[in-house]
Write a protein that binds this ligand. Structure first.
Ligand code: CA
Length: 431
């Protein structure tokens, strides 16, 4: 059965710095973009705290969501009339692409870690709950919201459709790599997307790429690899994230101790108990969060005030390479010395670890199992990418982890040079 597919009387276009134009022809898509839950994504930055490292990185999840939609739209234009593709799935795919990040909260990573939340649960809740988005999707067909939610949740029966939105070569990644490269201004992250879109083919349960497009795919994998280490895991961005996490921890701790805030953390209270309702969750966007951080600079609590001032004015923590698993004694001594120096180590001595797996071949049943990219050979056989490409093979299945120790160097420098505590801390950190 085809979904009711009402067209706009005239095509609408959005100007976009990455894809030039984003084309909208379906009434449903246009209505979804106008829904308050989707407009909210304008107030959530795509790259969280990265703007404190790359000042251009102020783009929002709104931009990115439109971009993912546009890439899927172009892929499906190319799939039309090909075997294995059912055009009745088109509108469903476009909606899933547009809405895949709907549940992201402010500064996703820090908030999710501190308050033990999962944006994917909220994406499902916005699509299936009592929202404008749900009302619009339900007008297409009664089962439509559930199907959109299932694609995003990767449980939809048609795996080909799922792989367009989430796989190792999906529209999500193709958009964010190019968009994040554009807005950060780095020269990594570029690859020939037009070429990849042209050689993508629908198969029964996945999207594959014609072998002739292998070099474009290699570029894409390498650009992802470089973007992770040069942009996403940049140590300065992580410093800002460490401070942000500590602000949230401190505010929660103070609230639980019954501390009297000058500005009560009204919007955070349900987060402190790790059980915000959908309504409460959607109300706390980045502009509201930043408002609290700015006002909290004037709180009496010295730690909360200092951390907020650091975040607002970008007075970040310094860092060194440090693996606490290998440097346990140094870690314990630093912890003791920081306490002695009056710097609460739970807030001012922080280890942060990041790790990435740039591409993985198929390991059925293993944790974090990922579907590999398959090449369609001229004889119609499928071959896993890392078996054909030496470049991809060289980084396949290789996980890299980076550990850093963050601390406020300015506070240590303020201490008297005659202090033995300071001398010893500096020795451990820098020698
Ligand atoms: Ca995304």
């Amino acid at each position: 059965m085809a979904y009711r597919d009402e067209k706009l009387s005239e095509e609408k276009v959005f100007k976009d710095p990455v894809h030039r134009y984003i084309h909208v022809r379906d009434q449903v898509i246009w209505d979804l973009i106008g829904a308050p839950e989707f407009q909210r994504l304008r107030r959530i930055k795509q790259l969280g705290t990265s703007y404190l490292t790359f000042h251009g990185a102020e783009h929002s999840r709104f931009n990115h969501s439109l971009g993912v939609y546009e890439i899927v739209r172009r892929i499906l234009d190319n799939f039309h009339d090909r075997p294995n593709w059912n055009p009745d799935e088109r509108l469903l795919c476009l909606c899933a692409a547009l809405l895949h990040d709907l549940g992201h909260g402010p500064f996703s990573h820090s908030f999710e870690k501190v308050f033990k939340l999962d944006h994917e649960d909220f994406t499902q809740a916005v699509i299936l709950g009592d929202t404008k988005i749900n009302k619009i999707l339900s007008q297409v067909d009664e089962g439509f919201p559930q199907n959109v939610a299932d694609i995003i949740n990767k449980t939809y029966h048609n795996k080909l459709v799922v792989s367009l939105i989430s796989s190792q070569i999906d529209a999500d990644r193709m958009d964010y790599l190019q968009r994040d490269a554009y807005f950060t201004g780095v020269s990594y992250g570029h690859f020939d997307m037009e070429r990849i879109l042209r050689v993508m083919r629908p198969m029964e349960d996945q999207v594959v790429v014609k072998q002739s497009g292998m070099h474009a795919v290699e570029d894409y994998i390498m650009s992802r690899y470089q973007m992770y280490w040069q942009v996403y895991f940049h140590p300065v961005t992580r410093s800002a994230e460490v401070i942000l996490s500590k602000i949230l921890h401190r505010a929660k701790e103070l609230y639980e101790e019954g501390y009297t805030f000058k500005l009560k953390p009204t919007h955070f209270v349900s987060f402190f108990s790790e059980s915000p309702s959908l309504q409460e969750y959607l109300e706390l966007d980045e502009s509201i969060a930043m408002y609290y951080f700015q006002i909290w600079v004037n709180e009496d609590d010295a730690i909360l005030s200092d951390l907020c001032e650091r975040f607002v004015n970008r007075r970040l923590f310094k860092y060194i390479e440090f693996n606490p698993n290998l440097q346990m004694n140094a870690w314990m001594e630093l912890y003791r010395l920081f306490t002695k120096a009056g710097l609460n180590p739970d807030y001012y001595l922080v280890v942060d670890s990041s790790s990435d797996l740039p591409y993985d071949f198929y390991r059925p049943g293993e944790e974090g199992e990922r579907l590999p990219i398959h090449l369609l050979m001229p004889n119609q056989e499928l071959k896993e990418l890392s078996r054909e490409s030496e470049i991809v093979e060289s980084i396949s299945g290789k996980k890299r982890t980076d550990h850093k120790l963050y601390f406020p160097l300015d506070r240590l420098e303020e201490m008297s040079d005659r202090s033995k505590t300071k001398k010893r801390i500096m020795e451990i950190l820098f020698e």
